[in-house]
Design a protein around this ligand. Structure first.
Ligand SMILES: NC(=O)c1ccc[n+]([C@@H]2O[C@H](COP(=O)([O-])OP(=O)(O)OC[C@H]3O[C@@H](n4cnc5c(N)ncnc54)[C@H](O)[C@@H]3O)[C@@H](O)[C@H]2O)c1
Length: 409
């Protein structure tokens, strides 16, 4: 049984986080971490050695200055799988043991979303630079607490929204949006259908809890329940662990909208959807529509379904002078007016996350803010959470963009 404090409800979970933020401040004052020089090695610890964690770890390893020196996962099998790719690294199952290590400069956090906030705050408090996977948060209140911890600790905190570092995204922002070629943009459409991550079936080997999987520690800040292989393996389908397709996928796309248009805080949200196709006990909707309204006469929509008949994803910015379509493969600009020639640009054959990792390493060394800074990550998660809250509460939510608070009914 884990010794980690396990608050029984969401209310105590918030108190738990506030405690962690306080601890962050106190620990920072006592931190003896030296500043990183441009030529220094960067010793990295990975927390959450699942599919994304191992993949991004490999992208860190492309940089010769990086040494993966620590690995942590609540399931020993995952630590061993990562260790095969980073043989010198020490392994553990409790992230606090990893954060105690004075020889680590930074951590990559790739656990499911319900652990992001607590581990981020503790890592920053321990003086580590943090690359945390998106979405930054599980709940809307967590963002400002993580941002505060990052600023107090004065450490880089990069959120894994790699489009921010994607060359063709930066080019489209500069050459199309920034050059005024869209005119006034009033509608941002986004969609992401058929994402198979949400349909993962736990393999035979996980049907009974493996003895080397610490289920209590996996649950961590959540309410206790008996081991469930689907909740471990396909946690994205359960709203306790993440925000379903909205925080998993829309967070990427609304972040592109924020990046392109400079608008980051919605003023209202409505949503509708449900579990229409996969009645397998999941709590996250398999079909969802979100509509956000931003100041300055802009609306943003997201639609996603796991209905087997449709696939595909993209972002479209519609303006008075033209339309920009963009996804991970490239972008197309369609000027308004009959006969106007569209422009199509293919993305380079290079994974954007490599550049996002490089941006993070540079920020850890120079002190500048990363492209996917914690506040940027908070705002994109916040917009997604507003969509989910509108869905759950079945009402139009109004949001105060100055105080960043949901307005009472
Ligand atoms: N940026 C992107 O494009 C992108 C792509 C995929 C996933 N992600 C994000 O990466 C994160 C992980 O996703 P995944 O698909 O790799 O999930 P996964 O289930 O494959 O891996 C998560 C791992 O975290 C471990 N874990 C859980 N709690 C832990 C704890 N307290 N300490 C240490 N390890 C713990 C699990 O045992 C598991 O091995 C998610 O937040 C997801 O949204 C981002």
């Amino acid at each position: 049984m884990s010794t980690h404090p396990t608050p029984p409800s969401k209310v105590s979970r918030r108190r738990f986080l506030r405690g962690a933020a306080g601890a962050a401040a106190a620990l920072t004052a006592a931190s003896h971490q030296k500043a990183l020089g441009a030529a220094d090695r960067f010793r990295l610890g990975l927390i959450g050695c699942g599919s994304r964690g191992q993949h991004v770890m490999g992208l860190f390893q492309l940089d010769p200055s990086v040494e993966v020196a620590g690995l942590c996962d609540v399931f020993e099998e995952r630590v061993l799988a990562a260790k095969a790719k980073a043989p010198g690294a020490g392994g553990c199952s409790d992230h606090r043991r990893l954060l105690d290590r004075q020889d680590l400069d930074g951590v990559l956090i790739a656990t499911p979303d319900h652990w992001h906030a607590a581990i981020c705050i503790e890592a920053l408090g321990a003086g580590k630079h943090v690359y945390v996977e998106k979405p930054l948060t599980l709940e809307i209140e967590e963002g400002p607490e993580i941002a505060k911890a990052a600023r107090i600790a004065n450490r880089a905190c990069q959120v894994g929204m790699q489009q921010r570092s994607g060359k063709h995204y930066l080019e489209a922002k500069r050459e199309i949006v920034g050059a005024g070629k869209l005119g006034k943009v009033t509608l941002a459409r986004t969609w992401w259908h058929g994402n198979t991550y949400h349909l993962r079936r736990a393999p035979e080997s996980l049907q009974r809890k493996p003895s080397t999987l610490d289920w209590a520690r996996f649950l961590g800040p959540l309410k206790w329940r008996e081991y469930d292989p689907q909740q471990y393996f396909n946690w994205r389908a359960y709203l306790d662990f993440g925000g379903g397709q909205v925080t998993d996928l829309f967070t990427h796309w609304i972040d592109v909208v924020h990046m392109m248009l400079g608008q980051e805080i919605p003023v209202s949200a409505v949503a509708a959807g449900g579990v229409y196709h996969y009645k397998d006990g999941r709590t996250a909707p398999d079909t969802i529509n979100v509509l956000l309204e931003y100041p300055g006469e802009l609306t943003a929509t997201f639609e996603a379904t796991l209905a087997p008949g449709i696939q595909g994803e993209g972002v479209e910015l519609c303006g008075t002078e033209g339309r920009l379509y963009i996804d991970r493969r490239g972008y197309e600009y369609h000027p308004a007016g009959r006969g106007a020639k569209p422009v199509a640009v293919k993305a380079e054959d290079r994974e954007m996350t490599i550049d996002h990792v490089q941006d993070f390493l540079d920020c850890a060394r120079t002190g500048r803010l990363p492209r996917g800074d914690v506040l940027v990550g908070h705002r994109s998660a916040q917009a997604s959470h507003l969509g989910n809250l509108a869905y759950l509460e079945k009402r139009r939510l109004k949001f105060d963009p100055v105080r960043e608070e949901i307005l009472p009914l």
